[in-house]
Design a binder for this molecule. Structure first.
Ligand code: F6P
Length: 526
């Protein structure tokens, strides 16, 4: 833990950015667009089939020069090389950070000391393939069942749940016929009760997904499910109807998981970065192994882009630098993620853990106070639903909430005309946020509608939209497994860059431990 102290605010470019912000703050997006007809095309970057349009961010060419200098001065590229090289950049846990190895090609070289991570990853992926294919073919069946498994119940929480749930919803139109996948995470028993009411024990496969196999929520749900199964089919069913994904082999033994039905991963995979590993088993069971491998391929394509593109055209870097610009210089405390494709409805929740568990930190890598605001609060909802719930605050509230709008060109269902309407709505909302509606425009509109002057005067302040509210558009051709992989890796690397600039260890999560410990003590009557 001898990392050098390097507060972000002491980087020379940080002061330059502060001065620049004072200069740019009075300039609004209307003026920026009016003074530069090429702006809509200039502030755009595209790679790996993903197009980022950040022309509606409060930036100029000078801002972008300073922000990319920030990435350079903060040593983002050096930390990136160290991560890919398997150095133990998770300094508080003395661990490598190698989720990128989970989507490695067979010839890519990833090592953690003496461990050949690429080879280990592919051995597990191949075992997953055999298992998933055998389940789908009905070669692996439940206890006492004549037919194939019809239901999979993933039991896990946080990183052992969110990616699976998000991916199953996002790729619903790529699902494997004949098998339904359910996810259970909360401890209160309601999700479990509802799923158990629906499924047949003989044709239900439970997947216990827990890196540590010690998580209270997961174990309590897993033991309740085990009891339910054993009550109906006898103890022998446990070895046939349970699989597990964990790094804790002793705990899998104790639970009675069949040796062929367990899938491992490694301590260099953080929970919130683990969907690419065997943690994705239930997702793979839901969409088939070919689709799961396409998802990995997408992640790898984004890794290559992140590794090779210069900062000013590097999508994860641009997203991170814009977030830092809004967060640290304009004081925006939160950021909305607004997908215009309901299949991405759980993407904001997935990004919440990724961002907030990674960068919700107040000390730097060396333990000293970070000194600048970190850890953007991420929230959001599928776009059109959100329009009819919280967009009022986005347009006219006292806080500025930068937004990422995300959408495929093609809809993810057969109702393409409806998707087109969704895209029109997205564009309209982004314009309204950026350009607003001035008092003169409101007055002219009300006068044209024949309202009397006193009424116009009374209504005008309520109808003004201040505008100048920043947003980015993230577009791609269609939402398929490969593109989803690119999107997830895009945001993973964005979080990495933010953490590198703020000098945080983005890969530990000590902040969730105290509450867990207290709950355990209270359960034990302490
Ligand atoms: O909430 C803390 C956390 O440790 C997350 O980081 C993790 O994704 C989740 O709990 C689940 O942990 P496990 O996979 O070990 O059950």
């Amino acid at each position: 833990m001898n990392d050098e102290s390097r507060p972000a605010a002491r980087l020379p470019v940080w002061q330059a950015l502060k001065t620049h912000k004072r200069k740019i703050a009075p300039v609004n997006l209307r003026t920026l667009f009016a003074s530069d007809p090429g702006r809509a095309d200039a502030f755009v970057a595209e790679a790996a089939g993903i197009r980022l349009d950040y022309s509606r961010q409060r930036v100029t060419a000078q801002t972008m020069r300073l922000l990319t200098r920030l990435a350079v001065e903060a040593g983002v590229e050096d930390l990136r090389s160290r991560m890919f090289a398997g150095e133990h950049i998770n300094n508080t846990e003395d661990r490598a950070v190698l989720h990128v190895a989970l989507r490695a090609g067979r010839r890519d070289r990833y090592r953690d000391g003496k461990q050949n991570c690429t080879a280990d990853v592919h051995a597990v992926l191949d075992a997953m393939s055999r298992f998933v294919d055998a389940v789908h073919a009905g070669k692996i069946r439940g206890h006492g069942s004549r037919g194939p498994f019809t239901d999979v119940v993933n039991i896990g929480i946080g990183g052992s749940d969110l990616g699976i749930e998000m991916g199953l919803k996002a790729l619903h139109h790529h699902r494997q016929a004949g098998i339904r996948v359910h996810t259970i995470s909360n401890i209160d028993g309601t999700q479990l009760a509802d799923v158990l009411d629906e499924v047949d024990p003989r044709t239900t496969l439970f997947v216990i997904c827990s890196k540590t196999f010690t998580t209270q929520e997961t174990l309590s749900n897993a033991h309740a499910a085990r009891q339910w199964l054993a009550d109906q089919l006898g103890e022998a069913a446990v070895g046939r109807n349970f699989a597990a994904v964990s790094t804790n082999h002793a705990a899998m033994d104790a639970f009675g998981i069949h040796p062929d039905y367990r899938f491992g991963f490694w301590d260099w995979v953080g929970g919130r970065y683990s969907i690419w590993s065997a943690v994705g088993l239930s997702l793979a069971l839901g969409i088939g192994m070919n689709n799961f491998r396409a998802f990995l391929k997408g992640g790898r394509a984004m890794d290559r882009h992140f590794l090779s593109a210069p900062p000013d055209s590097n999508l994860p870097m641009l997203l991170a630098l814009l977030a830092i610009w809004n967060n640290d210089f304009f004081g925006a405390e939160t950021q909305a993620v607004l997908p215009y494709d309901a299949r991405l409805g759980r993407f904001p929740a997935f990004l919440q853990q990724m961002h907030m568990e990674s960068n919700g930190k107040r000390v730097r890598r060396d333990g000293k106070a970070v000194g600048v605001p970190t850890g953007t609060i991420i929230w959001g909802e599928a776009g059109n639903n959100a329009q009819h719930s919280f967009y009022q605050l986005l347009h006219q509230g006292t806080r500025v909430v930068p937004a990422d709008f995300i959408a495929p060109d093609q809809g993810s269902s057969r109702f393409q005309d409806q998707h087109r309407l969704g895209l029109i709505n997205m564009e309209a909302q982004a314009r309204a946020l950026a350009f607003g509606q001035t008092a003169e425009e409101v007055r002219a509109d009300l006068a044209a509608r024949g309202l009397a002057n006193p009424r116009i005067r009374a209504l005008t302040p309520h109808k003004i939209h201040p505008g100048n509210r920043p947003s980015s558009l993230i577009r791609f051709r269609r939402l398929d497994p490969e593109t989803l992989g690119k999107l997830v890796a895009l945001y993973e690397h964005k979080v990495f860059v933010e953490g590198a600039v703020w000098d945080l260890n983005s890969f530990d999560q000590w902040g969730v431990e105290l509450g867990k410990k207290l709950a355990k003590e209270m359960e034990a009557g302490g």
